[in-house]
Write a protein that binds this ligand. Sequence first.
Ligand SMILES: Cc1ncc(COP(=O)(O)O)c(C=O)c1O
Length: 423
Amino acid sequence: MADFSPEFSKNSMNMKKSVIRELLKLTQQPEIISFAGGLPAPETFPVEDLRLAADAVFKKHAAMALQYGTTEGDKSLKTALIKYEEGNGVKIGENNLLITSASQQALDMIPKIFLDPGDYVLAGRPTYIGAIQAIQSYQGKVIGIPFSMDNDGFDMVELEKRYRRAVADGAKIKYIYVIPDFQNPSGICWSLEKRKALLEFAYEKKLFIVEDAPYREIRFMGEPVPSIYQLDQQGANAGNVINLKTFSKILAPGTRIGWIMAREDIIQKFVVAKQAMDLCTSPFTQLWLAEYLSSGKLNSVIKHTCDIYRAKRNHMVEMLEKYMPKRFDLRWTKPEGGLFLWISLPHYIDTDKMIFKAVEKKVAYVVGSAFYFDEPEHNAMRINFSYSSLEQIEEGVKRLAEVIKEEIQTHESGPRGQTTAEV
Ligand SMILES: Cc1ncc(COP(=O)(O)O)c(C=O)c1O
């Protein structure tokens, strides 16, 4: 063992372990019903078609697949993605597109190219913590913007207020990070009005919007709403939206392929940032997905996935209605897409503490506080409905409801209970 301790960089001191990834280890005992992960349902993976596509790559392009590729990404995959996005109503050229090693790489590259230490990002609270981890690892800071758990979007009055206050205090704000489609963790989808309002805000303040959209195509009910990227294209076309997409939720996360859509000068900056990260995304995987896309089957896989998730989401909502105590201060979101719903509990319940009781009862969730970067709320949780079977969803919700009922009873039979329980 070396007799000196490592002197890590300031950046590395800002890197925080993901609570979710740590929790996942705890919940991986086989008898636990885990609503904690964010895993797609394995039954949605088109295994045989993906195998055939991999075989075809080895037959047709083995040398290319096993060689280094360009940082910008494989041409055949880019062509296939341009066609795919056109089908979604998004028109882009090759120079507006960069293939990434899934969205998480994009989330790491964005603060890398935009933030100097101490610069700020505006983001929802709660939000996807993987984005915040990346911002903090470049010594960036985050200003939280509240939003309601209805399908709406940021509280625009608070956004303006917090923006003005921060600027008056000398903050340099660089971009706004949002997940308008079936947000992780809440499952909510932004209304058209709020998307337009955010875009106007960004134009006025000359800010970029990072629109993280891994769940966009996983809409299983309700009416589609244009992405903020599309709204910019259809309107001023100012190019200040950076749109992040990935195959993780529409095909399989093991592919580790995503794409960024943005204006050309931004893409060029990403290319330089990416060169130092991984030279290029795996050429084999890119050719594999290009081959798979040429089968024209992706849209039917997405439709099938949506059918499965709709059934699971409906079942989870039904089971929550059946087993949870009926109270005004115990509510959950009813997402029209994505993988998650968010439960808000009576204010005195601390889900960080309750998780240990839940694991004892063999059910797991992600503590709500994990999705806050400042002043966390402790009386909430995120639960996933995509991974468990219908039977597991019923049994898991039943167990969760028992744990919550016990917490409520303990509190309300306590000395302060009568005065605080129903305020
Ligand atoms: C909002 C959000 N963005 C990005 C990611 C990362 O996805 P990827 O697998 O493409 O890296 C996730 C993963 O769950 C996510 O929820």
